[in-house]
Design a protein around this ligand. Structure first.
Ligand code: 5GP
Length: 307
């Protein structure tokens, strides 16, 4: 239609209609970005409630259900029950809550998250390093001796090894399960490791633990560490290094189970991985496992003196 044409009685002029559509699209985009920040833990639920007081802010137009769904562990059924308990109707948006509704919602959020202000939360720590450097052993030592460190449990498409417990060492999922997590944007980072299996870090538990102020550790590969660096610039990246190149070669090829070609391939990969150490905030040399684990724990607690 020609935008200069006269609108019929009661109809909006075409120019205004287009502007209104564009504004609606922009508002939807802003809301989607906000939901994403809430889900990832980047924006705290209490902060979003504050923003909702600002007229025109995306948070003020967020529906109560979408807000509740952004909490880790709240699905559609729970969201409805909570909404009923709080006596807030489904149509309500955060900016349109009555004073009492708002107070009830705020109390619910405070109780649920025990949320620490962002500045008081310890940074998320990521441990990465070359193949065969002994990350698994250091993490096992932390698991056994430092119970207040929360280890992120990754999802993986590989099969469990003997002794591995689903939900404790990994969440073992099939390809479709992993695809679903990706489609739902449930992973903070993910990677195909050794060209074989997919591994990824579920966002929900990380956001929850971080709001509680827990010390959280991710033991992931280099590609994953780089993704975390981008999406969470405050995260602390720790590189576990071998005591020497020769030692790494020993650990890599010591078993003698690989043929020459495989050995050469692994050494090549290790060289590239070692070169990435510069990208990290801290380097820990894995000469003795208990020492390396203790140093890691100190770094996680923010004790940055050099040992
Ligand atoms: P494994 O199969 O031996 O348990 O782990 C193989 C590799 O996958 C290790 O280098 C480990 O750091 C990495 N890995 C485990 N979980 C994750 C994850 O959630 N994300 C990424 N990017 N790598 C992971």
């Amino acid at each position: 239609m020609n935008s200069n044409a006269q609108p019929a009685a009661g109809e909006m002029p075409a120019v205004d209609r287009r502007a209104a559509t564009e504004a609606a699209v922009a508002a939807r985009r802003a809301r989607a970005a906000l939901k994403q920040r809430l889900r990832s833990g980047e924006l705290s639920p209490l902060k979003a409630l504050e923003f909702a007081r600002v007229p025109g802010h995306a948070a003020s137009t967020l529906r109560i259900t979408d807000y509740l769904l952004s909490f880790p562990g709240i699905g559609a059924v729970k969201a409805e029950r909570i909404r009923d308990d709080l006596k807030i109707s489904e149509r309500k948006r955060l900016g349109g809550l009555g004073d009492l509704q708002r107070a009830r919602l705020e109390e619910f959020v405070r109780e649920r998250s025990g949320a620490l202000p962002t500045g008081d939360r310890p940074p998320l720590t990521v441990l990465a390093g070359p193949t065969a450097v002994g990350k698994g052993t250091v993490v096992q030592h932390l698991r056994d001796n430092y119970p207040n460190v929360k280890l992120s449990v990754s999802a993986t498409t590989r099969d469990p090894r003997p002794g591995e417990v689903d939900g404790e060492h990994y969440f073992f999922v099939d390809q479709e399960g992993f695809d679903r997590m990706l489609a739902g944007d449930e992973l903070l980072e993910w990677a195909m490791v050794h060209n074989k299996h997919r591994y990824g870090t579920p966002r929900g538990p990380i956001a929850e633990a971080s709001e509680r102020g827990d010390l959280v550790l991710l033991e992931i590969d280099l590609q994953g560490a780089r993704q975390v660096r981008k999406s969470m610039p405050d995260a602390k990246l720790v590189f576990l290094a071998p005591p020497s190149w020769d030692e790494l070669v020993n650990r890599l090829v010591g078993r003698g189970t690989e043929d020459d070609e495989e050995r050469a391939r692994r050494l090549e990969t290790a060289k590239v991985e070692l070169a990435a150490a510069d990208e990290f905030d801290e380097i820990i040399v894995n000469d003795e496992v208990p020492r390396a684990a203790e140093r890691l724990f100190e770094l996680m607690r923010g004790e940055d003196h050099t040992a």
